[in-house]
Design a protein around this ligand. Structure first.
Ligand code: FE2
Length: 432
C-alpha cells in the first residue's frame, strides 16, 4: 500500500512513536501503527522526524569562494562588499556552477532541501543569474531553489543597477531584492524601495530586501518597506532580511514599528551567524550583538524565519549548510533557551521559513510532500542542542542521503555492554 514506511518516529509537535506512510512522493498516513506493508521500511524508533530544513536567505553565487581573490582582513560587511567587487569581474559561469553544486551536495547531506538564494545583479554580464538559473534546474529533483534579483552595489547606486535587475527578472529570477541602506542616501534608499515594490506588484512577484543591515539606529528603511507593502497590496509576500538596526533603535520608536510590520504581514529573516559576526564592529565596549528583536517580533505575531546567509565567502569564513547551527546561534544571541522558546526557534528553520518562501505542500501532515529528515535526536530540544546528525534525508519519499549515527559507549568493568544511547540524552525530569 505504501512505497515507504518510517516506523515509530517522534514528531516535532511532540507526538511520540508514530508510523509515517509515504506514497507517490507524499505523506499518505501518520498513525500510531500502520499495519500495511511497504517496499522500504525505515526504523526511526526514538528518533525525531522533521520536515526538511529551509534556508530563506543565502548567497549561492558567493558560496565557497573564500580566499578569492584574497581574505577579508577587517572582517567587516563593507570590506566583504569591496572584496566581492574585486572577485566579480573574475567570475565565470562554469566556476559558479561548480561551487554551487558542491554546496548543494553539502546541503542535501544536512537535510536542507529548500533554499532561497540572492543573485547579485550588479554586473551587467549577469553571469551569476545565468549560472544559478542553470543550477536551479539541475538540482530540482533534490532542492527547491528560489532566486532573488539582488543589486548588491545598490539598485540606484550601481551604474546599471536598474536595468540589470529588470533583465534578471526577465531571465527567470523570480523574486525582487534590494539593499536600501547601501544606496548613497537615505532618500535614495526610500526611492529604491518604492521602485522595487512597484516592480513586484506589477509582475506579481515576492519581495526580499536586505533591510537595515547596519548598527545605525536611524537606518529605518523597514518602516518604508512596510508602508510600501501595504500601499501595493503585497501583504504576506514581503520579507525583511537582517533588520539589524532594530537592535539599536529607540524602544519607543520600535513600539510603533513592530505593529506596522505586523499590519503589513511582513516576514522577518534574521541571519544569526553572520549578524553576530558582522554587527557591532564599530563598537568598543560594551559591544552590541546586532541581532534584530526576535522575541518581540515573534510575540507580535510576525513570521520570523532564520537564514544562513553565507558559507565560506567574502563575508563569513565559517558555515556548513547546517540550519541547526543557525538555530543554535539564535538561541544564544536572542537568549531564548526555555523549552517553549526552543520549539519556536525550531519552527523558524522549518515551517516559518517555508511560509516566508511561500512553499506549497510543506510540512509533516497527510498530503504534504515527503521531504523529510530523520535526526539522531529524540526531540526538537535535543536536535538543537546536538546539531544532531542527519541519519536519513528523503526527497519526495526517496532516500537521497544517509549518515551513520554518532555512537559512544565506554566499555567499563561492571557497566552493561549494550549501552547504545548515542549522544542524545533526555534528563529524567524532562521525560514525558
Ligand atoms: Fe544576505
Amino acid at each position: 500500500m505504501f512505497d515507504t514506511i518510517i516506523r515509530q518516529a517522534n514528531l516535532p509537535d511532540g507526538r511520540k512513536a508514530h508510523d509515517i506512510g509515504l506514497k507517490d512522493g507524499r505523506i499518505a498516513a501518520i498513525e500510531k501503527s500502520l499495519p500495511a506493508q511497504a517496499g522500504t521500511v525505515i526504523d526511526a524508533t526514538g528518533r525525531l522526524v522533521s520536515p526538511a530544513f529551509c534556508d530563506p536567505h543565502f548567497h549561492m553565487d558567493a558560496t565557497l569562494s573564500l580566499g578569492l581573490p584574497r581574505m577579508n582582513v577587517s572582517g567587516t560587511l563593507l570590506e566583504g562588499i569591496a572584496l566581492w567587487g574585486e572577485l566579480r569581474p573574475l567570475l565565470t559561469k562554469e566556476a559558479l556552477i561548480e561551487r554551487a553544486l558542491r554546496y548543494c551536495d553539502l546541503a542535501v547531506s544536512q537535510g536542507l532541501l529548500h533554499i532561497r538564494s540572492h543573485v547579485d545583479t550588479s554586473d551587467p554580464r549577469l553571469v551569476t543569474a545565468e549560472a544559478l538559473l542553470e543550477v536551479r534546474d539541475l538540482v530540482k529533483d533534490y532542492i527547491d531553489l528560489q532566486l532573488v534579483a539582488f543589486p548588491q552595489d545598490g539598485y540606484l547606486r550601481a551604474p546599471e543597477g536598474v536595468k540589470s535587475l529588470e533583465r534578471a527578472l526577465d531571465m527567470g529570477v523570480e523574486i525582487v531584492g534590494g539593499i536600501p541602506h547601501f544606496e548613497r542616501t537615505m532618500e535614495d534608499g526610500r526611492r529604491s524601495l518604492e521602485a522595487l515594490c512597484r516592480i513586484a506588484a506589477e509582475r506579481g512577484l515576492m519581495v526580499d530586501i536586505h533591510c537595515d543591515e547596519t548598527d545605525d539606529p536611524m537606518s529605518r528603511h523597514v518602516e518604508t518597506l512596510a508602508a510600501e507593502t501595504i500601499r501595493h497590496g503585497l501583504q504576506g509576500r514581503v520579507n525583511g532580511s537582517h533588520l539589524t538596526s532594530m537592535h539599536s533603535m529607540d524602544n519607543y520608536y520600535v513600539s510603533k514599528l513592530i505593529p506596522l510590520m505586523a499590519e503589513a504581514q511582513m516576514n522577518a529573516t534574521p541571519n544569526p551567524l553572520i549578524n553576530i559576526m558582522l554587527q557591532g564592529r564599530h563598537d568598543t565596549y560594551p559591544k552590541r550583538r546586532g541581532l534584530t528583536r526576535v522575541r518581540e517580533l515573534m510575540a507580535a505575531g510576525i513570521n520570523v524565519s532564520f537564514g544562513q546567509d553565507c558559507t565560506m565567502d567574502p563575508w563569513y569564513s565559517m558555515g556548513s549548510a547546517d540550519m541547526l547551527e543557525v538555530a543554535h546561534m539564535a538561541i544564544h544571541v536572542a537568549q531564548m533557551g526555555s523549552l517553549e522558546e526552543k520549539a519556536r526557534i525550531f519552527e523558524a528553520i522549518t515551517v516559518n521559513s517555508a511560509r516566508t518562501m511561500g512553499l506549497q505542500g510543506y510540512g509533516l501532515a497527510v498530503g504534504c510532500q515527503a521531504d523529510l529528515v530523520i535526526l539522531q535526536a529524540v526531540d526538537v530540544t535535543e536536535a538543537l542542542r546536538l546539531k544532531a546528525t542527519r541519519l536519513v534525508v528523503l526527497r519526495r519519499g526517496r532516500v537521497i542521503s544517509r549518515t551513520e549515527p554518532r555512537v559512544a559507549a565506554l566499555q567499563l568493568p561492571g557497566r552493561p555492554a549494550q549501552i547504545d544511547h548515542g549522544l542524545d540524552f533526555v534528563p529524567p525530569a524532562l521525560r514525558g
